[in-house]
Write a protein that binds this ligand. Sequence first.
Ligand code: PRF
Ligand code: ZN
Length: 374
Amino acid sequence: MAKIGEFTLHATDGAARTGELQTAHGVVQTPIFMPVGTVGSVKGIAPDDLNNIGAEIILGNTYHLYLRPGDDLVARHGGLQKFNSWNKPILTDSGGFQVFSLSDLRKIKEEGVTFRSHLDGSKHLFTPEKVIQIQRNLNSDIMMVLDECVGFGADKEYTARSLEMTTRWAKRCREEYPRGAGDNLLFAITQGGFFKDLRERSIAQLTSEDFDGFALGGLSVGESKEKMMEILYHSAPLLPKDKPRYLMGVGTPLDIINGINAGIDMFDCVLPTRNARNGTLYTSQGKISIKRKEYAEDDGPLDPNCNCYTCRTFSRAYLRHLFQAKELLSFRLNSIHNLTYFLDTVRGARKAIREGRFAEYKKSYEAIYPNEVV
Ligand code: PRF
Ligand code: ZN
């Protein structure tokens, strides 16, 4: 077995790469998509489903698990994998982003960020040290440092001051959890908003420190696709080649293809599961809304090119009926399919990279999503 934290590249095709990352709970093939399991559960589906889909790693949220049921309770139950019976790798986001998007009355200081719980209004402080302690209690395979994700529209002066603080917070996280102190990996998060020179500064500062991987944060926060792509294609090549690169909270299938094309290895997004629950399904023919009348009598499979349980077993007519009747099974079957689609996308990318035809693979996705091409 490779050493925990070892990242091995198997093939490259242009800037796109395929490889594997060793974690304490097993190997992750890259490029990878990580289904989001905010509270330790991927909404609507069980670990059995995730295994059948071929999920290799899921994402959990420090913010949610700290507030409920509490990281100390999870620790008493043997860590997140014992608690939720998903015994493969888990990455946890640090809480910074969720505090900014979910909680009230947040106040950012050098020490950390104070906020009120979205559940009961209680007051809390996340410091870089605290979020490491929480993620250690959860026994996350890949822990993320505390960062500030500056919103779209933040001015240059604010963004510059913020990224310097994010760097200091990252260093404090590393000091709280020195290399060799455990089997949990620690990734840094680069910021810098939509200013190329600030992106360069953040990357230079963080990559001179000793982390197991590096994320691009602060993208897909309301900017145009053009802006996101500009920063993505500028920043990804500046990240170390020999460490995993993670594009946080991104994105659509075509965003993921572009990320891989820019040299990104890891992705997460609520899109496949959230859209599954509102009836928006990704297929090899593009996005469809299963609630539409045209599917009422459609006996065909949801996606003839998909081999998931949903597509092997049920008709579009039945899936439409379940959705219209607000049956819980609709959530499960739609989520199984959408996650399969996203995982098929990254599995197909790995194969294309190995075979030196990633450009062609990318074109096939641009043809499916013509309105998204930038
Ligand atoms: N920081 C953290 N988590 C995140 C982001 C970030 O910038 C994003 C931005 N798309 C998603 N999730 N810690
Ligand atoms: Zn399917």
